[in-house]
Design a protein around this ligand. Structure first.
Ligand code: SF4
Length: 280
């Protein structure tokens, strides 16, 4: 059994929180640059150029790329042949968030509950999903998920008879209703299958896949490409100012489900799509 120390996880999570907020991932940055070449609207182009400049300034001056520094969501692939020593994995991740958000002067956006709405003042707790995997490593994938795009996300239990056309129509409706409020250009995360709670998790998980990377199943990849074209024909455009770049990418994850069910979740991510990963 390989031992992984609590303090190493704290430090890794703290570093990822700061880097995610200061340094836009290369995949999203390159998608901005590619969109700048294809965007048809002049205003859309201008907004994309500003987003690139904004990302450059954040990296250079070591400041967050957006005032909304997000909710930290981690998906941890925990090797079953390793043991966390010195404390619990959940505590280590939250200590890392506390440390990173403090040291990086990142806004604390988490309230302790939605009834009294008191800020916890350290951006904890994060939302932690653990997947048990083979091996003796821990892979931590984190995102600092913006509140505006999360608010415009949606879930629906469709009927199996709605079929692929029903799925597409529902997803397009969610993006259309979100309009500028989800801070486009978007990364659209979709979960299809599982059950009520599982399809929401699948939609979130899909957002960790790098921009530009298609699903390995050709049928799912085809659906991603078709929907991407449909979404970009909606005309919402960068920051909702009109244009042909409403989405930078769409990600779909699918899973088995009940014969009577067709759960679909749409988790929208904004242009400040911040994700990092580390292996310990
Ligand atoms: S949704 Fe994203 S871009 Fe919009 S304010 Fe929040 S973090 Fe910033």
């Amino acid at each position: 059994m390989r031992e992984i120390h609590y303090d190493d996880i704290v430090q890794k999570v703290a570093d990822m929180c700061i880097e995610a907020n200061y340094d836009l991932g290369e995949d999203v940055y390159n998608a901005f640059k590619a969109a700048l070449k294809t965007e048809k609207s002049e205003t859309g182009k201008e907004v994309l150029a500003q987003l690139i400049e904004n990302a450059d300034i954040a990296t250079e001056l070591r400041v967050p790329m957006c005032q909304d520094t997000g909710t930290v969501v981690c998906i941890v692939e925990l090797g079953q042949e390793c043991q966390i020593v010195g404390g619990s994995l959940y505590d280590a991740i939250n200590d890392g968030i506390r440390k990173g958000y403090g040291k990086g002067y990142l806004r604390n956006s988490i309230i302790r509950n939605p009834i009294d709405r008191k800020n916890t003042n350290d951006n904890t707790p994060g939302i932690v999903h653990i997947e048990l995997v083979e091996g003796n490593q821990v892979k931590i994938k984190m995102t600092a998920k913006g509140g505006g795009a999360e608010n415009m996300s949606d879930l629906k239990m469709l009927k199996p008879s709605d079929g692929l056309e029903g799925i597409k129509k529902y997803i397009l409706d969610v993006v259309r209703v979100a309009g500028p409020n989800a801070c486009p250009p978007l990364i659209v995360g979709i979960g299809i299958g599982g059950n009520f709670e599982r399809c929401a998790y699948l939609a979130k998980k899909s957002l960790f896949r790098h921009v530009g990377k298609r699903h390995p199943d050709p049928a799912v990849a085809k659906l991603e490409t078709e929907l991407m074209d449909d979404i970009n024909r909606l005309g919402i455009g960068p920051q909702g100012m009109g244009g042909t770049t409403t989405a930078l990418d769409i990600k779909i994850e699918v899973e088995a489900c009940h014969i009577a069910a067709l759960p679909v979740a749409v988790n929208l991510n904004c242009h400040a799509s911040r994700h990092k990963e580390a292996i310990l």
